[in-house]
Design a protein around this ligand. Structure first.
Ligand code: ZN
Ligand code: ZN
Ligand code: ZN
Ligand code: ZN
Length: 744
């Protein structure tokens, strides 16, 4: 019998598949793509047709040679990259480079890497699908045209090395528009009233909801204090008890976007980290004596479809392990969004009966967390709904109405396995209607409405999915590209557009309105989907795009204003009074005088919450006198070491050589140590604060310490930090204690 060759992308997949098959198969990995467009030139013909020229990716020659050599000696070649357009393209390129040696290719694909799925695929191979490949090529060429044509324009007009991307620019626009909404946001004052009520030994807290039968709205201090006086004279009465049974349904199993969102919310994983962990789980993980086993189905999908066999296994597991009341009589069905390509299944455990605990010992922490999340979500999706018993006390005090709500789980259903945000049971005391309460305390707080929140990775993925921009295969890359290009930064889980990102976005919106249009981009995604199912010709789609793109490109080349000369601000130069300009330098944006080169004044700046530019004040210039020299009696001044740390020195230097460390006066938190924390800097110029008893005591922190006890863990110091999202704040330096508070 002739030997056959199976080609996959990754060595992990090779290991997983190997043990299913006998000696008749050789399995090799292509290590991802082997061919792509060249990096040094456009690589696409422009005109009536947009035809790509592919080259072997530098460094991949060895792999190609090896595959060619083996191909010449085998019977069939089964191309088995991932089951999507990208995988089809990898298969196509492999076929192209080995067809001279052997052209008996067959394409096989599997949604889960199990023995059954692999054997079934080998028994039902198909030929390569040109439609899927063309859809991938069209995306590649669109992105290439946008990147290669617009980037040089940005180099000329803004800064060298910048680049523009097709879908990323639209995602950036979402971030920028949100930031501008925040700038123009006007906070509204409102007051919140809570009442602590008591009846014999029972205590409860109620929220003010209505005044004179209208939604309670207290907008200033005068109204608040009037209401306070009014309430002091009222009797609080339990006016009505309302009881409701609420059903809570499980969520459908994961698709790419929901998995990325949930892993970001729960574990703070970035979308790309989630995808790379999921890829490992899909390709196979070493489970000791069980060998290498694939744990989840393919992770790039927008379908919630479930294979009937997997559903059957899940239902049996639920009945056997949890009891039949946790398994609905009829299997749950979920509806996939109509725009989705239903080629795949939901992301689910390959073997629903393999619990996370059984394999915990073999998995690195990240893989375990993600498998557990996927497993729980899938099992829960096949379980019965939960029944929550809600009790609401409607309490009246004169013309005001108050509410307090209790929740009790009557039947946990799927919550037994998967409870996002864990429902807190909260029982109300057993009281009857008409009960009178004593008002123990009124809790009155002044509040302000908050501006719309910045996007997190989770909410941006959700938004992109809603708008139809990006696809399961692209969400993660879009976000990581925005961060890598410094168009946005990630702080405290928030995606914040940078000064550069905002300026580039404005320029692109002005000159490429179509390209930056959400609907246009969403329509383009649909066109690519249509190419994949043969409803649209890929060259046709590219031609239509070009008809729009080239004229706008030409106009932009002529008309785009240059930011190299800076953008004017309201700030006046402190030296000559001319307006200052925002310019982009190697180390980010800065302010420079518009009277350059006559005036060379520059300054750093930041933006306020309203988006106004303000200067960051440079350190005080004249030397600070901080005491008398113990050696000679002359003033001691503060100085800066070459590496940046402050220290104290006698002003009579070099006659007197007295020096001392710059002390924060904060006692060292190490038990039994009588040192103080003093400022130091590393050889590379990073400042830190270390114990003055060094080397006897090795305590040190990176941030400026203050002698304030952590209210959470009791550690004796906190440190000062600053971030764009939080402003200035104090944080506990103890690892794992996440305590922080704002500096007012
Ligand atoms: Zn000036
Ligand atoms: Zn001195
Ligand atoms: Zn110490
Ligand atoms: Zn702490």
């Amino acid at each position: 019998m002739a030997t056959h060759l199976i080609i996959v992308e990754s060595p992990a997949k090779v290991k997983t598949i190997k043990k299913f098959l006998g000696k008749g198969y050789k399995i090799e990995a292509s290590l991802g793509h082997i061919r792509d467009l060249p990096t040094k030139e456009l690589g696409v013909t422009e005109g009536e047709e947009f035809l790509p020229t592919y080259v072997i990716i530098p460094g991949k020659e060895k792999v190609v040679n090896k595959l060619q050599k083996i191909a010449a000696k085998v019977g069939n070649i089964y191309l088995a990259p991932d089951p999507d357009r990208e995988g089809e393209a990898i298969a196509w390129h492999i076929a192209e480079v080995i067809k001279q040696k052997n052209s008996n290719f067959l394409r096989i694909q599997f949604n889960e890497i199990t023995k059954r799925a692999v054997l079934e695929a080998l028994n039902n191979p198909r030929s390569l699908d040109e439609k899927l490949f063309n859809s991938q090529q069209a995306r590649r060429i669109l992105d290439r045209l946008v990147g290669y044509k617009i980037s040089p324009l940005l180099w000329k007009k803004v800064q060298r090395g910048l680049s523009a991307g097709r879908v990323q620019s639209v995602a950036l626009r979402l971030l920028v528009e949100r930031e501008k909404e925040r700038y123009s946001f006007q906070p509204q004052e409102y007051w919140v009233f809570k009442a602590l009520l008591k009846k014999s030994e029972y205590e409860l807290q109620a929220d003010l909801v209505k005044i004179s039968n209208k939604k309670a709205k207290i907008t200033n201090e005068k109204q608040a204090s009037e209401l306070k006086d009014y309430l002091a004279k009222q009797q609080f009465i339990l006016h009505k008890i309302e009881q409701k049974q609420q059903k809570r349904n499980p969520k459908p199993p994961f698709i790419t976007s929901t998995l990325q969102q949930e892993a970001n919310i729960r574990f703070n994983f970035s979308a790309s980290r989630t995808m790379s962990i999921a890829q490992r789980l899909y390709e196979g993980v070493d489970l000791g004596e069980k060998g290498t086993i694939a744990l989840i189905t393919y992770m790039r999908t927008d379908s919630v479809r479930i294979a009937p066999e997997a559903q059957k296994l899940a239902r049996e597991w639920i009945k056997k392990t949890l009891g039949s009341k946790y398994c609905p009589p009829k299997a749950k069905k979920y509806k996939t969004k109509s725009t989705a390509q239903d080629a795949h299944e939901a992301i689910r455990p390959v073997d629903p009966t393999l619990t996370p605990e059984e394999i915990r010992a073999y998995l690195p922490a990240d893989q375990f967390k993600l498998y557990k999340l996927i497993w729980e979500r899938f099992i829960a999706s096949q379980m019965t709904s939960a029944t929550i018993l809600a009790t609401i006390f409607h309490i009246q005090a004169g013309k005001t109405l108050w509410q307090t709500k209790g929740e009790q789980i009557a039947f946990p259903g799927f919550l037994k396995i998967y409870s996002p945000g864990k429902i807190k049971e909260n029982l109300l005391p057993n009281l009857t209607e008409g009960t009178n309460f004593n008002l123990e305390k009124l809790d009155i707080k002044q509040k302000f409405t908050q501006p719309p929140a910045r996007y997190s990775e989770a909410t941006l993925v959700k938004k992109m999915e809603e708008l139809g921009i990006g696809r399961p295969s692209t969400y993660a890359t879009i976000i990581s590209t925005l961060l890598a290009r410094k168009y946005a930064l990630l702080e405290e889980k928030q995606l914040i557009p940078t000064e550069l990102g905002m300026s580039v976005c404005d320029l692109l919106i002005q000159h490429f309105p179509k390209l930056l249009d959400v609907n246009f981009t969403a329509k383009m995604e649909e066109e690519l989907d249509k190419i994949a199912i043969g409803e649209k010709d890929w060259q046709e789609v590219l031609r239509e795009f070009a008809k729009e793109f080239y004229p706008t490109l030409e106009a932009a080349q002529k008309e785009m204003r240059s930011l190299k000369n800076g953008e004017q601000t309201e700030i006046k130069c402190s030296k000559c009074g001319n307006p200052m300009l925002v310019k982009f330098g190697k180390n980010g944006p800065f302010l420079a005088c518009s009277n350059y080169p006559k005036c060379k004044n520059t300054s750093n700046f930041k933006r306020t919450e309203n988006g106004e530019i303000v200067l960051i004040k440079p350190e005080e210039q004249p030397p600070k006198i901080v005491g008398k020299c113990p050696k000679c009696g002359n003033p001691v001044v503060e100085k800066k070491a070459r590496t940046g740390a402050r220290f104290l020195a006698c002003s009579n230097y070099p006659k007197c050589n007295y020096t001392a460390s710059y002390s924060t006066k904060v006692p060292c938190p190490e038990q039994g140590c009588d040192g103080e924390l003093v400022e130091r800097s590393t050889k590379k110029g990073k400042i830190f604060y270390a114990c003055s008893n060094y080397p006897k005591c090795k305590f040190a922190v990176w941030n400026y310490p203050v002698a304030q006890k952590c209210p959470k863990c009791g550690f004796s110091i906190l440190v000062k930090k600053e971030s764009k999202a939080r402003g200035e704040y104090l944080a506990c330096p103890v690892k794992g204690c996440r305590y922080w508070e704002k500096i007012e």
